[in-house]
Design a protein around this ligand. Sequence first.
Ligand SMILES: NC(=O)c1ccc[n+]([C@@H]2O[C@H](COP(=O)([O-])OP(=O)(O)OC[C@H]3O[C@@H](n4cnc5c(N)ncnc54)[C@H](OP(=O)(O)O)[C@@H]3O)[C@@H](O)[C@H]2O)c1
Length: 262
Amino acid sequence: MNDQTALITGASSGIGFELARCFARDDYRVVLVARHLDELREAARLLHQEFEEVDIVLLPFDLSRPDSPDQLYAETTARGLQIDALVNDAGFGETGYFSDTDVDTELAIIQVNVAALVHLTKLYLRDMQARNVGRILQVGSLSSFTPSPCQAVYAATKAFVLSFTEAVQHELKQQKSAVTMTVLCPPPTDTNFFRTAHAENTRAAQHTASARQVAQEGYDVLMDGGARSLPTMSAKVNFFTSLVLPDTMLATIMNNQLHPAA
Ligand SMILES: NC(=O)c1ccc[n+]([C@@H]2O[C@H](COP(=O)([O-])OP(=O)(O)OC[C@H]3O[C@@H](n4cnc5c(N)ncnc54)[C@H](OP(=O)(O)O)[C@@H]3O)[C@@H](O)[C@H]2O)c1
């Protein structure tokens, strides 16, 4: 054990699970957060299978509930867990034209992807600042850089994550803090994301990166204290495209990628 603890939200599957694997391999104690206890237990079983000695804490919380971040923080404090690395990975999307999609689903997306991320960052960053050490990984998306018709709310939440992270990164530098914050912007990745977002039938879902590769690249940048991770070559190309094309053209491309096939 390296005596450090990483708390990973959304750790039961996909990119979050693979990030938990990276920490477990480096002998961190891992605190796994997601809604479903059965899936957290399965994630813990897989981690134990690979890393026998890993210390795992399972904390089932629904981050779409506004009181969950405070309760999660209180729980880790009550258990005496000092969080050395925080990963805000939990998130989901919905697909369809905004006038057709369900507002309660979209408000929950905003609560999980934005409000819970901000709230958990506030709670754990203050402790890290007091110790002047710690790392935070915020999971954004390639869609942080592009307006995305058919996932308008989801992409807007990820634009928020990017803007918020870059602003706080600057503040940390101004404060001469040793705490680092990194934003991971994955390309379409092979996880449960597309099923949950009702986007399995879209072009974007047809060419996906592996969650393991995405997580490993993000983890490496986090451990280097880097500002931004854009995993895979195609993500880097898409990012540079987003810098040169006008938003209207990007929106047309994204509509093409995200409109469910007939
Ligand atoms: N896959 C992609 O193409 C892609 C691309 C760019 C960015 N991302 C981002 O990557 C992150 C991880 O997604 P993924 O692709 O790995 O999808 P995933 O396999 O569906 O994983 C999502 C994780 O978040 C948890 N979660 C969902 N709603 C939650 C809630 N209300 N409270 C607590 N936990 C919740 C899920 O567990 P429970 O369902 O048990 O709660 C699961 O552990 C998300 O922020 C997503 O936006 C994904």
